[in-house]
Design a protein around this ligand. Structure first.
Ligand code: ATP
Ligand code: MG
Length: 573
């Protein structure tokens, strides 16, 4: 490809809506353009990278014995109603209505669709196991579409679904898919962690996420440096030990606390440590309001709360909603005097032995001191709802946990029979009995991978593509297009390398060398060959994007040594 014919509109300036370096570089390098929040066009360079990622993912799926199919994006609502997710999935689901007033979703995922696809086709245990995948566009009306391709509303996913007679067959496929995901990440040359994960709206028993390490990533990991325990913040557990010195219960005191808004404010105003304040939060879900209580110095883990209530729709209630229903601002909410039997109160295990703490008084501008549960208010149940933090004890070995951030590229789930039972998908076993399929599902963010790679592979000058996903391997920078010798050398080198199967861009534009070098670095071609003045002396210059090393190569007797150098570098990358 000649640069003069390429459609790669590079930009010098940082885009005004840039919120992450990978987004900035993909826009500036002419890979993508934003159309609307979370919706993008892939320009030719972006499309090349995307195709390479897709090929790697496809090859590893085929190696794992997975068969490709393609399901519709537009899915009728009834299958989602049958699974119960039409309501449960929440506002991320894009819903549309056709001219006949029939409801559809633009699929955020395809568990229902695949289950009804195989339902009447795989009828015998002899048909199993089977693993099917597609590479397709997904729609999720993300509350915060941001960070470019990392969190789109329209994005490309590889999703696979496996069907089994039993858990042990599922375990085998789960392991194979786990291995396939490791292979994909290795082929992309990325640093990653495979961690235990929450199953969220997808459901099921076990799950792992494959997270590419990056400081700006949205995945917050907890891991142990002693044993191999690692999990997402949503899933992470810890060894909870709470011992408090003995105290007898003191008299409940109502105190005016005007204008205090946060736990820190309350702590400073009352001169009480945050660990002696109990935060009361109102949540709203399918069955109305719930109250959760947790120590002031801890954060709640909403995923643990969702799975405790078995309600994926549950979330913090909006302040207006709280005020309308309880006549008090969120900062003064508390359990004492809450005369609402319909509001279940769940407390974190950290406050089980806590005495004489501070709580909101359920009255504007007031808090209670010396509150004690049972005496002053009810708790319906205790549960671990705490967000595990760095330094909390590893649930396996007790060593203090560490923290790292990253980008979730893929996730694998053991679904069990959740979908097959709800959607009536059965096979006949050896004894002639009808049994629900045991299922697994395996998602991979294909478009997200592109941003994830850039997030990990860039420097101050631009993108540093790993070879396997680079849009082209080599750029030949022709310094002076008017110079006969330079021109003909660049042309023959271009022809020679292309003939050897190397993907080459010939930068034949009539712009300054500096401009060409900047573009080459920004776009991130792994190898740059400069054809300039030195051709007179039978030499060309090579520069390697990743190491920054350069060398001069003699071409008096042909381009073989140049090809050798390229091959050497390609093997290293
Ligand atoms: P997240 O926690 O980041 O919202 P998820 O757990 O909801 O993702 P899955 O349902 O596991 O996502 O989807 C499989 C894969 O699809 C993810 O691992 C991720 O790589 C990709 N993906 C999910 N949501 C998006 C999105 N909004 N934009 C781009 N890729 C996405
Ligand atoms: Mg996920």
């Amino acid at each position: 490809m000649r640069f003069s014919r390429l459609y790669a509109p590079t930009i010098k300036e940082v885009p005004s809506d840039s919120d992450l370096i990978s987004y900035e570089l993909l826009v500036r390098g002419g890979f993508i353009r934003k159309v609307a929040a979370g919706v993008y066009t892939y320009l030719p360079l972006g499309m090349r990278v995307l195709s390479k990622i897709t090929s790697i993912v496809r090859e590893e799926m085929e190696n794992a014995g997975c068969l490709e199919l393609l399901m519709p994006i537009m899915q009728p609502s009834d299958i989602w109603k049958d699974s119960g997710r039409w309501d449960d999935y929440g506002p991320e689901m894009m819903k549309i209505i056709d001219r006949h007033k029939r409801e559809f979703t633009l699929g955020p995922t395809h568990e229902e669709m695949i289950t009804v696809t195989v339902k009447n086709e795989l009828v015998s245990y002899k048909d199993l196991p089977i693993n099917l995948y597609q590479i397709n566009t997904k729609y999720r009306d993300e509350i915060r579409p941001r960070f470019g391709l990392l969190r789109g509303r329209e994005f490309i996913m590889k999703d696979a679904y496996s069907f089994h007679t039993d858990e042990s067959s599922l375990d085998d496929t789960y392991k194979i898919m786990y291995g396939a995901y490791e292979k994909i990440l290795e082929r992309m040359r990325l640093e990653y962690m495979a961690v235990e994960a929450d199953t969220g709206a997808i459901g099921g028993s076990n799950s792992h996420e494959f997270v590419v390490l990056a400081d700006n990533g949205e995945s917050d990991l907890r891991y142990c440096t002693e044993c191999k325990y690692s999990a997402t913040d949503e899933k992470a557990e810890y060894k909870a030990v709470y011992e408090y010195p003995f105290e007898s219960e003191k008299t409940l005191e109502e105190i005016r606390t005007p204008d205090v808004k946060t736990i820190k404010d309350v702590s400073e105003f009352l001169g009480v440590c945050e660990d002696k304040i109990v935060k009361s939060l109102l949540l709203k879900g399918r069955d109305g309001f719930k109250m959760v209580l947790i120590r002031g110095d801890f954060e709640i883990n909403i995923s643990k709360i969702k799975s405790y209530f078995k309600d994926q729709t549950i979330d913090l209630a909006l302040p207006e909603d709280v005020f309308e229903n309880f006549r008090v601002p969120t900062g003064f909410i508390g359990p004492v005097g809450l005369n609402r039997a319909d509001v279940e109160i769940i407390a974190d295990i950290s406050i089980k032995n806590l005495k004489n703490f501070v709580v909101g008084a359920l009255k504007t501008d007031y808090h209670f001191k010396n509150a004690n549960y049972d005496r002053d208010f009810r708790i319906n149940a205790f549960a671990d709802i705490k967000l595990v933090e760095e330094g909390d004890a590893c649930p396996v070995c007790g060593n203090p946990l560490s923290k790292k951030r990253g980008i979730e590229m893929g996730q694998v789930f053991k679904l069990g029979t959740k979908y097959s039972e709800k959607l009536g998908a059965f096979y006949t076993n050896e004894q002639g009995k009808q049994m629900p399929f045991v299922m697994g599902c395996y998602g991979w963010g294909v478009s997200r991978s592109m941003a994830g790679i850039v997030e990990q592979c860039h420097d101050e000058n631009g993108i540093v593509w790993p070879l396997n996903v680079a849009p082209y391997h080599v750029v030949i920078t022709l310094i002076n297009t008017k110079d006969e010798v330079q021109n003909s050398t660049a042309e023959s080198l271009y022809g020679y390398l292309t003939g050897k199967g190397i993907e080459v861009i010939l930068d034949d534009r009539t712009v300054s060398p500096g401009f060409k070098f900047k573009d080459a670095d920004l776009i991130g071609f792994p190898i740059r060959i400069t054809v300039g003045k030195t051709v007179k002396d039978g030499r060309i210059e090579m520069k390697f994007r990743k190491s920054g090393e350069s060398c001069s190569v003699n071409i008096e007797n042909g381009f073989e040594s140049c090809l050798d150098k390229i091959t050497e570098e390609m093997n290293r990358l």
